[in-house]
Design a protein around this ligand. Structure first.
Ligand SMILES: NC(=O)c1ccc[n+]([C@@H]2O[C@H](COP(=O)([O-])OP(=O)(O)OC[C@H]3O[C@@H](n4cnc5c(N)ncnc54)[C@H](O)[C@@H]3O)[C@@H](O)[C@H]2O)c1
Length: 321
């Protein structure tokens, strides 16, 4: 089996590629990534260095919003499945750089859809919990109405709508994954946990919004990958089917509590209190009943244990951030 993983140098793309390469000797992975400079390219290069040691991994630096270059590369391969994880991530950055989101998340995604349409290939793609927007009733379920609050989440909802239409009109099997605040080893330095640790280490300012009075459904990377594995290895190719899954732990944690745990591990001298940011929703809390049906006796990692693992990784890799 040959899988194209876009965003292979990114957090989830790297973690998924590594997991597959470690466990499935019959799968060949083609990874692409533009290696954009949204966060440390040192970290992205290190992730790639690890993946390139596997003989079943082939990498191409490529911006997938460039259709010509993407098609030229893909036409040389014989892909059976596309896992689209490349995107311009980040909610705050979308306010000042909307264009990046249109290129990568809309145009790039459209190019992937077109490739899948022409070759009749199954597609799995990353959406985001942010498509739910501000909710009052929890946990949010996949069929509920959506109300994105910012440009990033608007592009993700756009992906879902295009995916739905492509699957219906062109008979494709497409699966969307709404990830909820994924964290852990090799994680993203722009997200709360590593951002806190990195700024404490560099003695930089850390903006602490709304006294930590908001909740996130933190999902440990290893759990996220294990949850989506059955979808990736699925032999079924149900044409005309577009299905969406929340990828979450169903356990929201108050940010002030995460902050307390972090400050016990590493005290931050430059914490700056800030008012609630309008880009942030008060709470994310997804139902994971649908995706759990794909696994047997799934056991989630305890947050405290995963936080320690993340901190240990940080201590050994802080120069990469
Ligand atoms: N990490 C989370 O908590 C989270 C939550 C919700 C959704 N998601 C989604 O999951 C996916 C993976 O997220 P991540 O956390 O690994 O992010 P990431 O930023 O670490 O990885 C994304 C990768 O895509 C690459 N990329 C961006 N634009 C590209 C382009 N035009 N062409 C080729 N490559 C490009 C980047 O260089 C990066 O390496 C993204 O679609 C993201 O929006 C992540």
């Amino acid at each position: 089996m040959k899988i194209l993983i876009t965003g292979a140098a990114g957090f989830i793309g790297f973690s998924l590629s590594k997991r597959i390469l470690d466990h499935k000797s019959n799968i060949r992975i083609y990874g692409i990534d533009s290696l954009n400079s949204y966060y440390s390219s040192k970290l992205k290069k290190k992730r790639l260095e690890i993946l390139k040691k596997y003989k079943n991994f082939k990498f191409q630096k490529l911006d997938f919003s460039n259709k010509k270059k993407l098609d030229k590369f893909l036409n040389k391969t014989n892909i059976d499945l596309v896992v689209n994880l490349a995107a311009q991530a980040g909610v705050r950055y979308s306010l000042s750089n909307p264009e990046e989101y249109v290129y990568s998340n809309q145009l790039g995604f459209f190019n992937i859809l077109e490739f899948c349409r022409k070759k009749k290939i199954r597609l799995i793609y990353a959406s985001s919990s942010s498509v739910y927007g501000e909710y009052k009733k929890f946990p949010t379920k996949e069929w509920q109405s959506l109300n994105p609050k910012n440009i990033y989440s608007a592009t993700k909802l756009g992906n879902e709508i295009f995916a739905e239409i492509y699957s219906k009109f062109y008979g494709l099997n497409i699966t969307g994954l709404r990830f909820f605040t994924v964290y852990g080893e090799w994680g993203r330095p722009d997200m709360f946990i590593l951002k806190y640790l990195d700024s404490a280490n560099k003695n930089n300012k850390f903006f602490y919004y709304n006294k930590g009075n908001y909740f996130r459904d933190f999902t440990y990377i290893e759990d996220a990958i294990k949850l989506i594995e059955p979808l990736i290895y699925s032999k079924k190719n149900n044409l005309n089917k577009h299905e969406i899954f929340n990828v979450c732990s169903n356990k929201p944690i108050k940010m002030s509590s995460v902050y307390k745990k972090l400050s016990k591990l590493y005290f931050h001298k430059k914490l700056i209190n800030k008012e609630k940011n309008n880009l942030d929703v008060y709470k994310t809390h997804g139902s994971n009943l649908k995706i759990l049906k794909k696994s047997k006796n799934f056991k989630f990692t305890r947050f405290d244990n995963a936080l320690i693992k993340t901190f240990d990784w940080f201590k050994n890799h802080k120069d990469l951030l």
